[in-house]
Design a binder for this molecule. Structure first.
Ligand code: PMP
Length: 392
């Protein structure tokens, strides 16, 4: 591997003490190659929603493996799964499947441009939509022209959205937006309903497509798409991460308005029709529908937020805790009130030493296999870690 472990898991991007190689995962915990066990508050960067090795989901996966996985032809499970999502998700009139979130966002981009054969797409400055040539945050190896038709707006700022749409004019193909602001290293922001409605209205006015990138948050905030509670439905949504509770599957869903465009583009991947992850996704959907996983996540998230605030307060430390409680970003603040990354990294390293896997700049993820005792253990570890940081 040319730079060792790559991407967001790379050594360079991880605080000291972050384990690089994991050999076992079960429920809420992972074990590294040296035998250290961690409460995993990153959950595979969101792939694990209901607990590692969930018995029903993994049984569905292995049973399907025993019959067929990647084949010369699609599995009927893909139809069943598409129907499942169209029942579950209000705006979904169709669904198609791929492997990673970046596949889904690239399909959504093609769809938005194919819709009225236009070029310009609005994206929030700093938003992550994957690591394709058009979306990667690191420009090495890309051409400026590949990002030339994207116009930035400021998340949660309806005026900047209007200005960007005006600049795009007749060439506006679509607006890409994440359900909340979950950019790296800055406090997260929940969506302002006025901002969400403005995005919808602009797409309607311009006959452009509203694309909700739900890859990271999908089914962690709702049993629906993540803007459903605001009364704002996208035309196209991108999903990945948790869809099959850790098995490789992502999806694009869309409404009838976007159907012709989605049918017109050419997209494919050698493993996109693999059946075993779809069996896992169907089992995941069943758990989402029939359990209180979501309410459990919210309760645990509240408990963690309250516990961490009290612990930081005991040590006289200013703490920023932002985002939905089940996808928290926790950062220590400096005297100037801004996030203090070196201190936050020291805090996270001290937590790692105590068997709690946190992240200093990326939002974290709770999973439904976590218990109140796990959260209380994390808070106790944080109390000790705060004490070390406060001591300097
Ligand atoms: N969109 C968002 C919002 C994401 O968070 C991610 C991954 N973190 C992606 C797209 C890309 O997903 P993947 O890494 O599975 O390609």
């Amino acid at each position: 591997m040319p730079a060792g472990v790559y991407g967001h898991l790379s050594t360079a991007r991880s605080p000291e003490g972050t384990p690089q190689f994991i050999v076992e995962a079960d429920g809420a915990h992972i074990v590294d190659v040296d035998g250290n066990r961690y409460l995993d508050v990153m959950c595979g960067f969101g792939t694990n929603l209901l607990g590692y090795r969930h018995p029903d989901i993994d049984r569905a996966f292995t049973t399907q493996l025993g019959a067929a996985d990647a084949m010369t032809g699609a599995s009927p499970l893909s139809v069943e799964l598409a129907e499942g999502y169209c029942t579950q998700v209000a705006h979904a009139d169709w669904a198609l499947f791929c492997k990673n979130g970046g596949d889904a966002t690239s399909i959504a981009l093609l769809t938005a441009r194919a819709h009225r054969n236009r070029t310009k797409v609005l994206v929030a400055a700093g938003s992550y939509h994957g690591a394709s040539t058009w979306s990667t945050p690191v420009p090495a190896g890309t051409l400026p022209v590949e990002r030339g038709h994207f116009l930035p707006f400021a998340y949660n700022d309806p005026d900047s959205l209007r200005a960007a749409a005006a600049e795009a004019g007749d060439e506006l193909a679509g607006i890409f937006v994440t359900p909340f602001r979950h950019d790296l290293g800055v406090p997260q922001e929940l969506p302002d309903p006025d901002f969400a409605r403005t995005a919808r209205e602009l797409c309607d006015e311009h006959d452009a497509l509203l694309v909700l990138d739900d890859v990271r948050a999908g089914f962690r905030l709702a049993r629906e798409s993540s803007w459903h509670h605001l009364g704002v439905e996208p035309d196209v949504s991108c999903w990945g991460k948790s869809l099959a509770n850790g098995h490789g599957l992502s999806a694009v869903m869309g409404n009838d308005r976007a159907r012709a465009a989605a049918a017109s583009i050419f997209v494919t991947g050698s493993f996109w029709h693999a059946a075993a992850p779809m069996a896992a996704a169907l089992a995941t959907l069943e758990v989402l529908r029939t359990t209180d996983y979501l309410e459990h996540l919210e309760r645990l998230g509240d408990r963690l937020r309250t516990g961490l605030a009290a612990a930081a307060g005991r040590h006289g430390l200013a703490l920023s805790q932002t985002g939905p409680v089940q996808m928290p970003l926790v950062m220590l603040l400096g005297d100037d009130g801004a996030p203090d990354q070196p201190r936050t990294r020291r805090f996270v390293s001290a937590l790692m030493d105590r068997g709690v896997y946190f992240h200093p700049s990326h939002n974290m993820f709770l999973n439904a296999a976590m218990t109140e005792a796990d959260i209380d253990g994390a808070v106790t570890a944080a109390d000790e870690a705060f004490a070390l940081v406060a001591a300097g």
